[in-house]
Design a protein around this ligand. Structure first.
Ligand code: PLP
Length: 408
């Protein structure tokens, strides 16, 4: 049951920004409260005929009204037909790999969120998945890997954490579908504000809702979204596979229980209301920070797809609109220890992992990821927040200068 539909139905379809701001127009059906209240029930009372008023029986099975709202809204923003909320981004991403039949072959990026690579290495192989890692900016390599043997899934993340390598999503969708494989995209970093993977042929979109969707560093959450049938000719050819995996994913969540608490679902929805203005501001600030340090004597390279000099700029400009998101990495000149010292000297940039919140964060990924890390040692990952970009630039300037003095 959709509470929105029983209270103040909208008479027309509004655009994404309006849908996000008003949470798709949901109200409390009893009091009209804006926004609707958090329903904390894990179980729901049945009437004499054994029915429940909203068709919900148990939190792990059907969720709570707050799930339905956030799933409706995110499916709408992505242009998908349905969404499922999960306990974390990792719970959502690994669900996709866990519901594939044992022995399935999957092609994944060489560069992507470190945790997912680690899960594939630790558990994927053990579960009989054959996975092949490819450089996603080399379409010949992607095609060769996908066509080398029957492949169930091609996975992409663009721009990819933590080097912001750009993947041509439309070309990858084509490669996957020609080979009869599904195409899944981690859209955490660009968000639907900047990239809409279904319009480029994706079958599944995944989000760490912990990041920009929530946007306040106070919730861990994840989401999966499925493409609508008929959205794209290339994707239509495998709509049967897509529907089948979606049913498996719903069952997986129901039976294994990687679910979000009702309060966290509420906070996630609250964050999504301001997603569009946050992303506009964050992407503009990230661009000005990137531009400032792109010709700086203490920085050898800035990795940011918004810079015309970035190797991914051309493709990013084609598939991203309104900005390039808020993630960039600085490669610090000199001994690599200098990058660690620079992070130490920051005052506004907080030395913390994660990304996508209102507070700017800085991280030496190599140190965080440990000995298995493939992150360059001279690299500092920045998540740009909502502070004044001039303050952020000044904070980095003084930190780099002090680090250069320390290590001179
Ligand atoms: N995908 C990307 C791009 C991420 O950066 C992260 C976490 O940093 C994840 C997925 C995993 O999300 P979560 O931490 O919510 O499990």
């Amino acid at each position: 049951m959709s509470i929105r539909k029983t209270y103040t139905p909208w008479t027309k379809e509004y655009g994404a920004e309006t849908r996000a701001a008003q949470g798709d127009g949901w109200r409390c059906p009893t009091t009209g409260a804006v926004p609707p209240p958090v329903s904390m029930g894990a179980t729901f009372a049945r009437d004499e005929q054994y029915r429940t008023p909203a068709g919900l029986a148990y939190l792990r099975d059907q969720g709570t009204p707050g799930y339905e709202q956030v799933e409706d809204v995110v499916a709408g923003l992505e242009g998908g037909s349905d969404a499922l909320v999960f306990a974390s981004g990792m719970a959502a991403a690994t669900a996709v790999f866990q519901v594939l039949p044992a022995g399935s072959r999957v092609v994944v990026p060489q560069t992507m969120y470190f945790g997912l690579t680690k899960w594939l290495l630790e558990f994927g192989e053990q579960r009989g998945l054959e996975f092949v890692r490819v450089p996603m900016d080399d379409l010949d390599a992607v095609s060769e890997a996908v066509n080398a043997a029957p492949t169930a899934l091609l996975w992409a993340e663009s721009p990819a954490n933590p080097t912001w390598l750009v993947t041509d999503l439309a070309a990858c969708a084509d490669i996957a579908h020609r080979a009869g494989a599904l195409f899944g995209v981690d859209n955490t970093v660009p968000t639907p504000v900047h990239t809409r993977p279904f319009e480029l042929g994706a079958d599944l979109v995944m989000h760490s809702g912990t990041k920009y969707l929530n946007g306040h560093n106070d919730v861990v959450a994840g989401l999966l979204v499925v493409a609508p049938d008929g959205a794209d000719d290339r994707a239509d050819a495998i709509s049967g596979q897509r529907q089948a995996i979606w049913e498996r994913l719903r069952l997986h969540r129901r039976l294994t229980g990687p679910i979000l608490g009702p309060w966290e679902a509420y906070l996630l929805m609250r964050g999504i209301r301001t997603l569009y203005p946050r992303m506009r501001q964050i992407s503009a600030s990230a661009m000005s920070v990137a531009e400032h340090f792109s010709s700086h004597p203490l920085v050898t390279r800035v990795a940011y797809p918004g810079l015309p000099t970035d190797p991914g700029h051309k493709v990013a400009s084609r598939q991203m609109s309104g900005g390039y998101s808020g993630m960039l990495s600085l490669h610090v000149a000199g001994d690599w220890q200098r990058s660690l010292r620079a992070a130490e000297h920051c005052e506004l940039f907080i030395r913390a992992t994660s990304l996508g919140g209102v507070e700017s964060l800085i991280e030496h990924r190599y140190t965080f990821e440990g000995p298995d890390s493939t992150s360059p040692k001279d690299m500092l990952r920045l998540s740009i927040g909502l502070e004044d970009p001039a303050d952020l630039v000044a904070d980095l300037e003084q930190a780099l200068e002090r680090a250069a003095k320390d290590t001179a």
